[in-house]
Structure formats: C-alpha cells, structure tokens
Design a binder for this molecule. Structure first.
Ligand code: GLU
Ligand code: MG
Length: 441
C-alpha cells in the first residue's frame, strides 16, 4: 500500500466520509473544497479544481481585480498535504488537510500563500542554517449566537467562574485538540466578556500556520456542538476589547535556542537580534498582512495589550514586540511575541512575511533600537504603528523587502484586496464595521 492508500484505510476505519481541503485567501477567509474519502487518491494525483479569482475575494464575498489575478478565466489545482491529514474530533465523519495550489499544468502557482511561507522557511535554513519555531495564540469570543458574544461566560476576566460555567465545553475542546494531536500549552478565559484563548506548542512555521487554521476550525466546531457561536474577528463588540492572534517565535541552530545565551540585549545572540531587528523594522508594513481588515484598527489601540506601538521591550505587553527571556532551565522559553497581529490575517502570508523581514535583518546584520520600559504611550521616541488600514497598506506597498519576497502576483493581489476592503468600508462607522465583519473569519 502506498502512502495515500494507507491514509485512506486509516480514514475509512475511523469512519471518515469526507475530507475538507482548505486554503486561506488573501482576505483571511478559510475556503474549502471537500472530497469523499474514496476520492482522496484522485485529489492527491490530479488536485481539485478551484478558480484563481478567490485570490481577489473580499471579506464580504465580493471580488476585486489585480494586475495579474482576477476575472473568470483559469483554474488551479488544490493538492492536499497528506502529512497534515487530521481526523477531526469536533466534526465526526470528517477529516481535514491543507492544500498547496498549483497551475493546471502542475507548475507551481506563484500566488500560493502556503508555498510562499515554505520558500521563506527554506531560505533561512539554506542561507543561515537557522530553523524557527512558531506558535499562534488563538483568542475568540463566544455567545449563544454570533451577535451576542458576551452573553455567556461574562464572569470576571481570567475568572474561574467562567471556566466553571463552560466546563463541559472547555473540556470537550481540550479533548478535541488532544485527539487531533495538537498539544495545547494553555487554555484560559481572557479579558473580554465571553473571551477565551488557547495557545499551542511551538512547531515549524508552515505547521504553525496550518495548525492556526485547524485550531480555529476545531474551536468553531466544538463551540457549535455546545450551542455556542465563536467569533475570531479582530472586533466582536464596540467596547474596545478585541481578539488578537499573537505570533510567538524562536530561532534555533543545531538544537540551540538563539534567543538566549548570547551577548545581545537580554541574552539574545547576534543572529536573534538581527532577525528581530529585521522584523521590527518592517512591522508597519507587516501590519497590512497581520492586521489586514479595516476592523483590525478598531482593535489596535493603546491600553488593550494589542501592541499598538512600534516598540519592543522585555515582557512589555503594550509593545508590538514583546521579548520573553524564559526561565534558565527552560531551553525553549526564550522567544519573541508579536502582539499586533489578529485573526483576520492569513497565517501563511504572515509567517512567510515575518520570515522574509527577519531574513533581511540577518543579511544586513541589523541591531535593535533601545527597548521601551513601561507604557510606551507618551514616551519620547515611541511611535504608534499605522493607525488605519490604508496607512499600513502604504507601508506594505513601499517595502522592497516584502515586495521581493512576495513576488508581483501575490503582492498585487494582496494590495488589491486591502485597498478594496478599505474602500468598501470607508464610509462605515465602527459599530457597523464590527457587525459586518465579526462573523466572517
Ligand atoms: N486581546 C488582546 C489583543 O487584542 C490581547 C490580550 C493578551 O493576551 O495580552 O491582542
Ligand atoms: Mg491573550
């Protein structure tokens, strides 16, 4: 039996009827084609058809156009990655696999976001012998329906009362994660009413992006089975508290964590500092990928630990880049957290672009500016990150580092989607914008 036949036998014995093949579009929406289990072999061999026009779809399912991609012509082949094939615990009868997208000719598709991420992983390994570990934190809010998030689990922030109220739901979530081979590090009630967070064990960047998709859909599915609607949108209500999707990362060479044991700030090695300095320099441009919705900028405000300042600091939760030293006996503990990103982001685009920015930092041997101590608000030299989507998009359009890494097809489509969403909601007030986007992601 070959690899695919083995996978099909495993799925069939687990009672799996269908496999959800997902990819994430440039608007941050996870799109899907499903195949019956018996068709998996054909799907692996020939791919499953889907139009390239989804690369210019907006959050409201309307479409725009871009220099290289758009319009009704053409087809792509979605090819599942069987290494990530997972039987879904929250959706009996279903399995899931992420896909890579190819041209009909089977040539690589230049706008495939997953391929983009994979290429950056290969570059940092080939050029610098560095591997990264990454992990996303998933925050979400639950309600009995999408429009009443906060009507359940409205006890105190981080309060045990919330965990008791939703005890069955939360234990079912842990069960589902574990059954799927995802190792949750932590699960806790967050600050906002009805808000929870799960963080996963760090893994390679491509896997981290895949698992961000899987974690979200698992939360969504388990929530639905408990009569709850989960929202992962940057803003769910107009009260100023949003959902982030922070990204943790550490750099490794030959089993050594480069975020510790060096002579740089807080024990960083020169490689770690250069990589983080590259990321730090590009943060305003990265925001257009990591905080990609007009609604992202309702979240990204000072005072909510969302990382609204273009600052970095040791364990500083108001800085966009929070460095964590970790305890001396925890080799993996030292890492950096990028707090300014949210769940509207395409995780593949984001990890690829963060890597590209870090690679530029390594090439140029950059160093970090001075860290901030305390609340950056009102401090000399501490500036806000872009305060609107158009401002972030201008920074992305001006970034030669990201333009080179993304390539014209992918960058063109991303810029088109961002500009079209900014225009779509230009005249929309905050409450309406929240309503329009909160149940989309
Ligand atoms: N909910 C906050 C955000 O919007 C993050 C809170 C925290 O975990 O530090 O990013
Ligand atoms: Mg949190």
């Amino acid at each position: 039996m070959d690899h695919t036949q083995q996978a099909m036998a495993r799925l069939t014995s687990a009672g799996v009827r269908g496999i959800a093949l997902t990819w994430v579009d440039n608007a941050g929406i996870t799109r899907v084609k499903a195949v019956p289990t018996a068709r998996l072999k054909q799907a692996v061999r020939n791919g499953v058809g889907m139009s390239p026009v989804f690369d210019v779809y907006l959050v409201d399912d309307s479409m725009t156009d871009s220099p290289h991609i758009g319009g009704p012509d053409g087809d792509l082949r979605l090819v599942p990655d069987l290494d990530r094939l997972t039987v879904l615990a929250g959706q009996p009868g279903w399995a899931w696999a992420p896909v890579d997208r190819f041209e009909s000719s089977r040539a690589p598709y230049p706008a495939c976001q997953r391929r983009f991420a994979r290429r950056q992983v290969a570059t940092v390994a080939e050029e610098f012998g560095i591997e990264l570990l990454m992990g996303f934190e998933t925050e979400w809010m639950v309600g009995r329906a999408a429009d009443d998030a906060g009507q359940v689990a409205n006890g105190p922030a981080y309060g045990m009362a919330r965990l008791v109220e939703l005890s069955d739901y939360l234990s079912a979530l842990l069960d589902a994660f574990t059954a799927q081979g995802l190792e949750p590090l932590q699960l806790h009630p967050e600050y906002a009413l009805g808000q929870f967070e799960v963080s996963l064990t760090p893994t390679g960047p491509l896997a981290a992006a895949d698992l961000a998709v899987l974690a979200r859909e698992t939360v969504r599915a388990v929530s639905a089975r408990h009569g709850l609607a989960a929202s992962f949108a940057p803003m769910v209500r107009g009260d100023g508290l949003g959902n982030g999707r922070h990204l943790h990362l550490s750099l490794w060479r030959e089993g050594k964590n480069l975020c510790r044991g060096g002579d740089g700030p807080f024990g960083m090695t020169a490689d770690c500092e250069a990589f983080l300095a590259g990321v730090f320099r590009e943060l305003p441009a990265l925001l257009a990928l990591g905080a990609p919705s007009p609604a992202s900028y309702l979240r990204l405000r000072p005072g909510y630990w969302a990382g609204a300042y273009h600052s970095w600091g040791l364990e500083n939760r108001e800085a966009a880049l929070r460095f964590i030293e970790g305890s001396p006996d925890d080799l993996g503990g030292a890492n950096a957290e990028l707090k300014c990103f949210d769940g509207a982001a395409n995780p593949y685009l984001l990890v690829g672009a963060v890597l590209a920015a870090g690679i530029a930092g390594l090439r140029e041997e950059l160093t970090l500016p001075l860290p901030v101590v305390g609340d950056p608000s009102g401090q000399l030299n501490q500036k806000r990150l872009p305060e609107s989507l158009p401002a972030a998009v201008d920074r992305l359009a001006a970034s030669s580092v990201l333009a080179t890494a993304l390539g014209p097809e992918l960058l063109g489509a991303v810029l088109a989607v961002r500009r079209a969403e900014a225009e779509l909601y230009e005249a929309t007030g905050p409450d309406e914008l929240v309503t329009a986007t909160r149940d989309r992601y």
